[in-house]
Design a protein around this ligand. Structure first.
Ligand SMILES: Nc1ncnc2c1ncn2[C@@H]1O[C@H](COP(=O)(O)OP(=O)(O)OP(=O)(O)O)[C@@H](O)[C@H]1O
Length: 494
């Protein structure tokens, strides 16, 4: 007979032991005792589950507070090494200096020093500060470490946007996608060259696999912005071949940007994501320039949309925020739509009813969700946007003529529009010029969340809006080590 002082674990051990020895009937506890023990075990299991849930919630809060404290919009700078082809190109280009000299120095982990020299003027050292500076020796892994915590936030219900901005040839695609080494290199060496997109996809699916049961679904969509036009790179023709199809970006009645008929492909692991991206990358417009032989002539936006099968506390808070904000807007501006009542708290988080694999509305932007959707039925959706912008160029330096010159001017105008939007957000101007280019119109929700951050701060008397922003954004701003162009990036853009 077992004594009353045994712990549930000891009882369990005892029971397993007697079952194994096949004397289970002889040594068994009285049935009522056994029932009491099982009930006690179940109770303690429930308590453990509750404690674990509370700890998980605390972990989320602490993690995201920390991420927010580090900044909701962060600007990082990556200085790429001077590479052999920098000198070769310089020698072949009549308009460039005969040899490249290093003019940018990562002097600490948050400061860059640039030797600026304008024709006829003496050299000046200028200092630029960023949230984080990666020097030429920093590996892809080191850069990714900065991004990694954002993926945890993504699964906690935050939107994340990571952009690479910089002059042509400065290493944006290397930072975002990675570079392929020659075939003779080992798989480990190839993996070390992977950029943020493959690493983020792998980390995302790793985090999802740690969840107790299948909890999330992931869809990928890819948009190219070329000459101020949007192309859906996952759209297929009747034969099933991928062809870039032109799409438009619109603003929905709830104020979010949306690309109607955009294709979303469901994916189950990181290699599926990369297979899709590598296939469609062949469609991306490239053209050699004087500075970079493999220059991308378009902005590429890869979006991973994550749907959680159960709402979490953050999603509920966000719905509450959204409802409050809508009520506030409608009271102030009296903008009720007869077709779609914007005060519906599920407005931004309801499921699209279209099949996921077919072209459908953006899952985040289903226009008029049913008011009957209860919170428990509605999963929350978040979005990871990974943006490899086209390289900014000095028109006089790129050697382009005709159509290529038009491309350069479209790239520069859209980057300038992006810069205007960020400037307006930073200065909290009442009007943010999102519609000045397709690029900023498309990214409105991601970069606009920064505005929401300020908006929430402004309304901090309202406890529901105290749960601050809904997005973490990070900008990787790689720079090149060729004198004159570097000067133009750092002085004109940031
Ligand atoms: N940190 C780095 N270490 C080693 N090589 C790099 C690094 N950054 C970039 N490179 C190399 O520099 C070249 C140009 O980089 P990349 O194609 O990423 O430039 P980009 O900014 O995307 O240019 P564009 O805007 O013209 O498309 C590539 O050959 C890339 O492998």
């Amino acid at each position: 007979m077992l004594g009353g002082s045994l712990s549930p674990v000891e009882v369990f051990q005892h029971l397993s032991c007697v079952s194994e020895s096949k004397h289970v009937y002889k040594l068994c506890l009285p049935y009522s005792d056994l029932q009491a023990r099982v009930a006690a075990l179940e109770r303690s299991l429930e308590e453990e589950k509750e404690r674990c849930g509370a700890e998980r919630q605390r972990r989320k809060e602490i993690h995201n507070t920390l991420v927010e404290l580090r900044g909701n919009i962060r600007v990082h700078c990556r200085v790429r090494p001077v590479l052999p082809f920098d000198n070769i190109q310089s020698l072949t280009s009549g308009s460039r200096p005969a040899s490249s000299e290093q003019v940018v120095y990562a002097i600490s982990d948050d400061t860059v020093m640039v030797n600026c020299q304008k024709p006829g003027m003496s050299v000046q050292n200028r200092i630029f500060e960023f949230e984080r500076v990666h020097g030429p020796e920093d590996s892809q892994d080191v850069v990714f470490e900065e991004v990694k915590p954002l993926l945890t936030s993504l699964l906690d219900g935050y939107n994340v946007c990571i952009m690479a901005y910089g002059q042509t040839g400065s290493g944006k695609t290397h930072t975002m996608m990675g570079s392929r080494l020659p075939e003779e290199n080992s798989a480990t060496q190839q993996e070390a060259q992977q950029g943020i997109i493959p690493k983020a996809a792998a980390e995302l699916f790793r985090l999802i696999s740690e969840k107790p049961e299948p909890s999330h679904t992931v869809e990928v969509s890819v948009i190219e912005v070329y000459n101020n036009e949007l192309f859906d790179l996952l759209a297929k023709d009747e034969q099933g071949n991928v062809v870039g199809q032109r799409r438009d970006v619109i603003t929905t009645s709830s104020g979010t940007s949306q690309v109607p008929s955009l294709t979303y492909e469901p994916v189950c692991n990181a290699s599926e994501v990369m297979q899709i991206i590598c296939t469609i990358l062949k469609l991306r417009t490239r053209c050699p320039t004087l500075v970079h032989t493999e220059s991308s002539r378009s902005h590429l936006i890869v979006t991973l949309t994550i749907s959680s099968k159960s709402p979490n506390a953050l999603a509920l808070t966000r719905r509450l925020q959204s409802a409050k904000k809508d009520m506030l807007h409608s009271t102030m501006k009296d903008r009720w739509s007869p077709r779609c009542h914007r005060a519906n708290p599920t407005a931004h988080y309801s499921l699209s009813t279209s099949p996921a694999s077919s072209p459908c509305l953006s899952p985040l932007d289903s226009p008029c969700p049913s008011p009957r959707h209860s919170i428990s039925q509605t999963p929350f959706r978040t979005r990871l946007q990974l943006v490899d912008l086209a390289g900014s160029e000095c028109v006089g330096m790129c050697g382009a003529t005709g159509g290529a010159l038009w491309e350069v001017s479209c790239i520069n105008r859209s980057l300038s529009a992006l810069s205007d939007v960020l400037g307006a957000l930073a200065e909290q101007r009442p009007h943010i010029p999102y519609r000045n280019s397709k690029l900023t119109h498309l990214l409105q929700d991601s970069i606009g969340d920064a505005l929401e951050h300020y908006f929430s701060l402004f309304l901090k008397w309202d406890p529901c809006l105290l749960f601050l922003s809904t997005s973490h954004a990070l900008f990787v701003n790689p720079t090149v080590c060729v004198p004159i162009l570097l000067f133009s990036i750092l002085s004109t853009r940031w």
